[in-house]
Design a protein around this ligand. Structure first.
Ligand SMILES: [Zn+2]
Ligand SMILES: [Zn+2]
Length: 250
């Protein structure tokens, strides 16, 4: 189970996804150490059997990724803690796959990153021409993911609204559904305030975060280069999160 700690670098990608910088895994670790982090959590984009989606490692590379990060964990164990995770979309037809991932002993963190959703007939929403209402399917999928009990954190939940120009009643209704599901969850699951969303125009919605209890929130980087860890570190330090007290739950 994932328990957040202070001074960790959470949500880091690797070159395997194809849209990150061409850096070695250890360069991310070295940057986190140089900044004084006590832990770094890799969460590269999860592949799916059959490789139905792009922008991620092929399924055939999954064991190499897990093996490489765990080898680093061992190598650096006296200097910094390293965790291995995956950022995964929730698609109902892959429930068995998530259970399989959750059961892998060298995989610590399941990060629910709903970049698209799956229709009941198996189609993916990324192929829709008009994606302005995609947030509805994405938020519904996030709720299902939370209720599945198989995830630790919901990545950038507000990013689903990136195609919305305002945050009105319908947007709020779906946000409330997710927040209610997170609050009702019998195991701890958290919502990720995402640094990359914060710096990408339209990706961050202040309205989403209003009134969410602090113990449900964690701070993630979504770094696709070591430099983004450095920038995010400064950003979060400036946000003054030092008063924050993590509630460690079992
Ligand atoms: Zn990415
Ligand atoms: Zn990410």
């Amino acid at each position: 189970m994932y328990i957040p700690i202070e001074n960790e670098v959470f949500h880091v990608h690797t070159k395997r996804c194809g849209h990150a910088g061409n850096y070695e895994d250890r360069e991310y670790v070295e940057m986190a150490m140089a900044l004084g982090a006590t832990r770094i959590v890799f969460t590269d984009h999860a592949p799916f059997p059959g490789n139905p989606l792009g922008n991620r490692m092929p399924y055939e590379q999954l064991q190499e990724y897990i093996g490489a990060i765990n080898q680093l964990r061992e190598e650096y164990k006296d200097r910094i803690e390293i965790q291995c995770g995956l950022e995964v979309e929730y698609f109902p037809s892959y429930l068995g796959y998530y259970k399989e991932l959750r059961g892998m002993k060298n995989l610590d963190v399941m990060l629910l990153g709903q970049h698209l959703f799956e229709y009941a007939d198996g189609r993916f929403s990324i192929y829709d021409q008009d994606r302005s209402n995609e947030f509805i399917g994405q938020l519904d999928a996030m709720v299902q993911g939370v209720e599945s009990g198989l995830f630790d954190v919901v990545a950038h939940p507000d990013r689903a609204y990136r195609k919305r120009t305002e945050f009105g009643a319908i947007e709020k209704e779906y946000a409330d559904k997710l927040i209610t599901a997170v609050k009702k969850s019998i195991y701890p699951i958290r919502l990720e305030y995402n640094y990359a969303s914060r710096v990408e125009p339209g990706y961050f919605k202040d309205e989403f975060w209003e009134g969410i209890p602090e113990d449900l929130v964690i701070y993630g980087y979504d770094a696709h280069s070591p430099e983004e860890i450095k920038e995010g570190w400064k950003f979060f330090k400036d946000l003054n999160l030092t008063k924050k007290e993590w509630v460690a739950e079992e």
